[in-house]
Design a protein around this ligand. Sequence first.
Ligand SMILES: Cc1cc2nc3c(=O)[nH]c(=O)nc-3n(C[C@H](O)[C@H](O)[C@H](O)COP(=O)(O)O)c2cc1C
Length: 141
Amino acid sequence: MSDLKAIAYVSSATQLMTVAQLESLLVEARDLNLESGVTGVLLYSDGNFMQYFEGSEESMRVTYERIRASQRHKDIMEILNERIAQRSFPDWQMGFAQATQSELLALSTARWQRMAGEARDSSAVSPGLALLQNFWRRARK
Ligand SMILES: Cc1cc2nc3c(=O)[nH]c(=O)nc-3n(C[C@H](O)[C@H](O)[C@H](O)COP(=O)(O)O)c2cc1C
């Protein structure tokens, strides 16, 4: 069984983020993720974040602790936390895109947990992850 897990959450920025502030957050996160082997994507829309990240159990524990401790956001609501068989964003130390409010809302209210049938098939994805992968295919630069 693989040691990989994935976590997704939505949160509110403590203050509205400027492009420069988002960039500096990303530089920091990508550096840390390169060290720890964490990959994923971060979306931002009008003061709200949605992040999906994946990596080894131990690196996820450390990374999630750091993310939860950050003063730059609050009201973190976890929407996914589970073991995975393979990465969905292997090439992204932390991809970034701005999203619309309705895109973020759709992502945060989708079902992310896989049903038993989906979990048995390691290549099946939940509706939430499928939505994120679709969004990312359109948004990535
Ligand atoms: C929205 C958001 C996403 C983050 N993503 C990551 C990440 O992918 N990897 C990581 O190691 N840290 C991540 N962090 C933590 C930051 O890199 C940094 O360690 C933290 O923000 C520092 O705490 P401070 O914001 O209170 O100064 C994230 C923080 C926020 C607010």
